[in-house]
Unconditional design. Structure first.
Length: 243
């Protein structure tokens, strides 16, 4: 069993700095999602620190979450409104709640954090199980670009200070559509590792998973502002509906 099969790994490693600079503004996502909720209830998979769920709940919707990392949830609880949000600790692929929900969403490429194709497919099946008839499942992911994988291995210098250095290394498996990333920091206290992995998929592959789960693609855009999706789009917002 790989360490990356542990659904709580990401949160344990990254929760402390997750709300730091670099995350996108959640407002466009909230504006997009709120009308699709049709009054709710709503479920966010991998709710994390509540970056999207909390402002969506502030619109008056009943928002629940699934999150594998208690560390992430602790940060959510510390935010205004977070102490009252219903959050289930568990693997998002299992969708360990009963529903039904008018809207389920999974944003910020997090579908790809499920590093096995079977677990990704299970996520879609379990979302279909908890969706109300006609309900929407919204995902946000990047569109893989093989040109970005110009070498089987990549090394990047992330930060250099007077007392530390951080490098990031990637190893790609194109046949499996996976990569492993290791962020390594050297400082006076030693060596610190933060591993991360993804199993990426193209939009048409995601559509196939949805179809097998009984969901159909209803809308697709290049971003939360509903820019038309085309062959040059580097991200997609896809809305699937339960049949």
């Amino acid at each position: 069993m790989s360490v990356f099969d542990d659904p709580g790994l990401f949160g344990r490693l990254w929760a402390a700095g997750y709300d730091g600079p670099g995350n996108p503004d959640p407002a466009p996502a909230v504006d997009f999602l709120a009308p699709l909720a049709e009054g709710g209830p709503v479920l966010e998979l991998a709710v994390g620190t509540g970056r999207v769920a909390l402002p969506l709940a502030a619109r008056g919707l009943a928002v629940s979450g699934v999150e594998a990392s208690p560390e992430m949830v602790a940060h959510l609880r510390a935010k205004p409104g977070g102490e009252h949000m219903d959050v289930t600790i568990g693997d998002m692929a299992d969708v360990p709640v009963s529903g039904p929900y008018r809207l389920v969403f999974l944003v910020f490429n997090t579908l790809f954090n499920l590093v096995d194709a079977d677990r990704q497919a299970a996520c879609f099946r379990n979302v279909a199980r908890v969706l109300a008839p006609g309900g929407a499942f919204v995902i946000e992911t990047f569109v893989p670009d093989p040109a970005d994988f110009d070498r089987d291995e990549q090394v990047q210098v992330r930060e250099v200070t007077e007392d530390s250095a951080t490098i990031r290394m990637h190893r790609y498996d194109r046949a499996a559509q996976t990569f492993v990333r290791q962020t390594v920091t050297f400082d006076r206290d030693g060596v610190h590792l933060k591993p991360f992995a993804m199993r990426y998929a193209w939009p048409e592959q995601i559509d196939e998973m949805a179809e097998r789960a009984g969901l159909h693609l209803a809308e697709r855009y290049a971003d939360w502002d509903r820019t038309p999706f085309d062959a040059d789009s580097r991200t997609h917002i896809s809305v699937y509906r339960r049949r």
